[in-house]
Design a protein around this ligand. Structure first.
Ligand code: F0G
Length: 458
């Protein structure tokens, strides 16, 4: 029978949750315009909307909060964070930011001009949004295997190196002010990138003198995948692997709400002193002085402690064990899931589960609503709603390769019985899959529509 390594912690504080009845769930859905972002958290039983900022902090992180130094400039908390970032990431400069997208915004503001391209394996929605908001064009060059069914491909997050080099030659280096890679690849199933691939990507960006920035949100999970899947890294610690990863890059954007296990925070790091001058100015303008960057001093301490805890290997074995467990159990129920299991989340292939619903009627949205209606479980659509967009040249709708629904696991928060509950609910949805219907969008904003658009059932 499937199982996962036991939690390497015990619970010392609890937060009650309750399952509201079916009729109340229906009312909540209607009020929210069928957009699960419009639900109140009290209306949700198991909340797998995101692993971002939703984890449980440790006793050492809470102790760190008490030590927070709230000085406007040069706080001790900043020094502690600075030492930790030096040790793990090794970049020469950094500014704290209030979250990952703020780091992306600053980076795009200082480096990107209208009409320019930013390649990556796959950009996440906020990165795409920040690039588009400056008139830039995000480009996804993930490897072909990313979309194959083979459960034994170890690094489906890898970038296609040939595509990358062809792309650079096609559009010209002068039109690529920055190259990125996302580890793990959140928009593509939470799949890791190998060190071999990172070295290849780095070599190409270097060859063309394109600054290389890593979207590092889930770098610790990626490092652990490298340890257990990439030959030659079994004996290396996750810290050593992380250092090797970041030594290949010129900088990083980080949402500390993921692998630093805090409720808020992020940073932008780089090596180039001239670029950092611009970053500092933009940070002061938008976020705050460079030694706190939109956060409280106590947040910086919680991040410093969390960055180290996030790399602990017994924790990572349990964490990746949880997603693997959920994938195994869902498969037993006939739910089509992306394999192998990702780091932070399980991705259900809604397009496959609901082949009768076309992309323009949003199969992922149909499944997301069904999960809430059936069990008050909140997941998130990462498919035609989140990534569908009009082509900038033709205006025609472009849909993503897959219509996924993501069940993200908050860190150190839910137990195996919560996961078993999720499996049971999805099992009953599989049985009624052919009766599920699609949706029509009744309102949408111009950018990042999935957060606030509303729907009507078809
Ligand atoms: N990059 C990646 C890969 C992300 O997954 C996220 C956030 C960000 C950047 C932005 O960070 O939220 O701190 O501004 N992802 C969350 C999610 C929201 O649910 O996957 P942020």
């Amino acid at each position: 029978m499937a199982t996962h390594p036991p939690e390497p912690f015990r619970i010392k504080m609890v937060e009650p949750i309750q399952l509201i009845d079916k009729k109340s769930r229906e009312t909540a859905l209607q009020r929210a315009g069928y957009n699960i972002f419009g639900l109140k958290s009290d209306e949700v039983f198991v909340d797998l909307l995101t692993d971002s900022g939703t984890g449980a902090m440790s006793q050492d992180q809470w102790s760190g909060i008490m030590l927070g130094d709230e000085s406007y400039a040069g706080a001790r908390s900043y020094q502690r964070l600075s030492e930790t970032i030096k040790e793990i990431f090794g970049f020469k400069h950094f500014v704290p930011t209030h979250q990952g997208r703020a780091a992306e915004n600053i980076l795009c503001a200082v480096i990107l001009k209208e009409g320019q391209y930013v390649p990556s394996n796959m950009h996440f929605d906020t990165t795409e949004g920040n690039i588009r908001a400056r008139g830039g064009r995000p480009v996804n060059l993930v490897c072909e295997e990313a979309f194959c069914d083979d459960p034994d491909v170890p690094f489906k997050g890898n970038m296609d190196l040939e595509k990358l080099e062809n792309f650079i030659q096609e559009v010209g280096v002068e039109n690529i002010p920055l190259g990125m890679i996302t580890i793990t690849n959140n928009a593509g199933g939470g799949q890791p990138v190998s060190l071999e691939n990172l070295r290849g990507v780095s070599k190409i960006y270097k060859k063309y003198a394109i600054p290389f920035f890593i979207d590092a949100c889930r770098y610790a999970e990626n490092a652990y995948f490298i340890k257990v899947r990439e030959p030659g890294y079994e004996e290396k610690s996750t810290l050593e692997i992380a250092r090797e990863i970041f030594a290949l890059a010129d900088g990083a954007t980080m949402s500390a709400k993921k692998d630093a296990i805090v409720n808020i925070g992020g940073f932008l790091a780089c090596n180039d002193p001239a670029l950092f001058e611009k970053i500092k100015n933009e940070c002061i303008l938008r976020e705050g002085f460079i030694t706190y960057g939109g956060l409280a001093g106590r947040d910086l301490d919680a991040i410093a402690v969390g960055l180290r805890e996030g790399l602990q290997e017994d924790y990572l074995a349990y964490r990746l064990g949880q997603t693997r467990y959920l994938v195994e159990r869902l498969k037993e129920e006939g739910v089509p899931v992306i394999e192998p299991a990702g780091g932070h989340a399980v991705y259900i292939n809604a397009g496959k589960l609901l082949p009768h619903i076309p992309q323009g009627e949003y199969p992922g949205q149909a499944l997301t609503v069904a999960m809430y209606r059936e069990g008050a479980i909140r997941g998130v659509e990462l498919g035609s709603v989140a990534f569908g967009h009009p082509d900038p040249d033709t205006g025609e709708m472009v849909y993503p390769e897959m219509d996924l629904v993501r069940l993200a696991l908050p860190r150190r928060t839910y137990t195996q019985s919560h996961l078993d509950y999720v499996v049971k609910v999805l099992g009953s949805i599989v049985k009624q899959a052919k009766d599920l219907r699609g949706f029509r969008i009744t309102y949408q904003p111009p950018l990042m529509r999935h957060f606030s658009c509303t729907f009507e059932p078809l």
